[in-house]
Design a protein around this ligand. Structure first.
Ligand code: FE
Length: 235
C-alpha cells in the first residue's frame, strides 16, 4: 500500500469529474471517473483509465469507442452515487437519466453535464489494474455555461468519497468504533453521505426527527445503496 505522503501528494493533482460510457450488443453502461485527459491537440486525442473489472471496461474494449460527459458543479450526490457507486451489472444506470446516442453508439449523458465527447479507441495500454483507452475525439459538444465540477471540489465541498477500484482510491484510516448516541448524525463509510436525523430521508419514507437507530433495517444509503451497517456515527 502506498504511504500517506504519496497519497496526500497525489490528491494535489487537479482533475475533473466525468461520466465515461460505452455501449455494445444492446447494452450500455457508464461510470464516474476523474482520470480523463487530453493527450494531443493535432489531431485532438484523449485518454481515460478504466478499471478492468468494470462493465464499462468490457463495453469500451468490445465497441472500440467511448463517450466522456463533463459533469457540472452542482451535480447532486445521488447522481454521482448512481454512476460512481452502483454497478451496471445489476442496475440500468441510464433508465432515468437524460441521454443521447452518439455517432459511435456510445450513450452521451445530458443531465448535469457541461460538455461531452466521443472517442474512437486506436490504442489500449495495459497499466495493471486499469487499461488506458486512447483515441481521437470524433465529436464534441458544449452545453450552456455551467462550471465543470473538479475532483477537489467534490472531495472537499461535497465530502465525496472514492470507490474501491478507482484509480485514485485511498483506503480510509481505521477508527475505533464510537458510542451510539441518539440523534447523532451518521456517515456512510462507502460514499460519504451524511444521515441527519433532523432532516430524515423523506424521499425514502423516513420522516424528519428520526434517530438513525429507529430507521428500518431494510433502509439503504440513498446515494450508494449500501445497508445501515455501513454507517458510523459522526464524531
Ligand atoms: Fe453511501
Amino acid at each position: 500500500m502506498m504511504d500517506k505522503e504519496t497519497a496526500d501528494a497525489l490528491f494535489d493533482l487537479s482533475y475533473g469529474m466525468y461520466v465515461v460510457a460505452a455501449s455494445h450488443g444492446g447494452r450500455k453502461n457508464g461510470q464516474i471517473t476523474n482520470t480523463v485527459f487530453q493527450v494531443t491537440a493535432e489531431p485532438p486525442r484523449m485518454a481515460v483509465a478504466v478499471n478492468k473489472q468494470n462493465l464499462t471496461h468490457e463495453l469500451i474494449a468490445k465497441s472500440g469507442a467511448y463517450s466522456v460527459s463533463t459533469l457540472a458543479e452542482g451535480t447532486p450526490m445521488t447522481f454521482i452515487g448512481l454512476f460512481g457507486f452502483k454497478s451496471g451489472r445489476n442496475t440500468d444506470k441510464f433508465a432515468a437519466v437524460k441521454h443521447d446516442t452518439g455517432q459511435t453508439g456510445s450513450p452521451l449523458v445530458l443531465d448535469h453535464t457541461v460538455s461531452a465527447f466521443e472517442v474512437k479507441v486506436d490504442l489500449e495500454t495495459d497499466v495493471g489494474t486499469h487499461t488506458l483507452f486512447i483515441g481521437e475525439i470524433v465529436t464534441a459538444r458544449t452545453f450552456g455555461s455551467g462550471k465543470p465540477l473538479t475532483y477537489d471540489y467534490y472531495r472537499r465541498v461535497m465530502c465525496g468519497k472514492t470507490p474501491r477500484g478507482a484509480t485514485t482510491y485511498k483506503a480510509p484510516e481505521t477508527k475505533e468504533p464510537k458510542e451510539k448516541t441518539t440523534m447523532k448524525k451518521y456517515v456512510c463509510k462507502v460514499c460519504g453521505y451524511v444521515y441527519d436525523p433532523a432532516a430524515g430521508d423523506p424521499e425514502h419514507g423516513i420522516p424528519p426527527n428520526t434517530p438513525f437507530e429507529k430507521i428500518p433495517e431494510d433502509w439503504v444509503c440513498p446515494v450508494c445503496g449500501v445497508p445501515k451497517s455501513e454507517f458510523e456515527a459522526q464524531s
